[in-house]
Design a protein around this ligand. Sequence first.
Ligand SMILES: *Cc1c(COP(=O)(O)O)cnc(C)c1O
Length: 397
Amino acid sequence: MTADDTVQRDWAPQTKMVRGGTERSAFDETSEAIFLTSGYVYDSAEQAELAFKQKVDHFVYSRFGNPTVRMFERRLALIEGAEDARAMATGMAAVYAALACHLSAGDRLVASRAIFGSCQYICAELLPRFGIKTEFVDGSDLNQWKAALSKPAQAVFLESPSNPGLEMIDLPAVCALAHKAGALVVVDNVFATPVLQKPLTFGADVVVYSATKHIDGQGRCLGGAVLGSKEFIADKVTPFMRHTGPSLSPFNAWVLLKGLETLDLRVQRHCENALTIARTLEKQKGITRLLYPGLPSHPQHALAKAQMKAGGTVISFEVEGGKEAAFRILNRLKIIDISNNLGDAKSLICHPATTTHQRLSPEDRVHVGITEGFIRLSVGLEDVHDLIADLTQAFGT
Ligand SMILES: *Cc1c(COP(=O)(O)O)cnc(C)c1O
């Protein structure tokens, strides 16, 4: 931690988002500089030697570190309240790094069943190939967590709220059980964003983000991050990253730094729009099930309120008439785009069963509530009345 970090830790979140981690170059620029450089030069061979031994503070190679990427890492760590962070090229690189840097053959991983499709691949298929045993539990069922964590485990991986079922997991309860079993708790906090939920304050050890989503929030680039204690980042994540190379491009780090400046404003507006739309859709004919954590009708509304500052930016609902009806609604929309991305300024809608979650078996899909009529709506920053009008006409009412 630098002297600057100590001061900046006391700033309010909005100040951290705009100014945290900024390091000006000799030109005193207002906006953070983009250091598009793969390498660095040294004053002398002796300085190069010391830099490699980490005896002097000097960047060595952009796979290990870069000034623009470092600004992004420091800003995000300050916002999250984490001791340190490492940026990655994508959210999936971050999820994989967080687990792979820590687990070894013979270890047990306990994961919630309702996770992003690619996270499910890592936990269910990839890690088991290297001798890691994964056990899945229904995230909202504490008894299943208790049973799975009654034996020693090395890691817990979960997502809350989940994608796309918007299932909430009781973070303090699961973290306590996990720690008793000896497990490191890794939380994929993409849906909540650091604005709405701080898993570390509930006992989690590591937080991962797909920065592609709300942190960029404007559909421009991919990115990810792993956040945790100074030791975890230095001893586990940094060597993994240094030698396997999932590094974030400095240009993308700059885009994401700019995204962080407006994150609070944007997430608040996303949530306001989402709540208004969810309330409207609750009365919409043809919807058989509507899930929005910010509505009292959500089965875990109380937990959502305890863990999150607002209901989030995504609404999921099931329409009568299965896939055919769902496709008809998607195809009729004129403003809202069909896209599998989320957390974007533009409202985006998708049919998880045939896109993001098509690799799950039909049984697994039904188990996490992804039926043929299930639709996920990522609410954007457009005028909420325009969005409601678009949805209403798509329902044909
Ligand atoms: C998108 C997403 C990811 C993966 O992030 P990428 O940046 O697309 O690699 C992981 N977890 C969740 C919950 C996501 O929504």
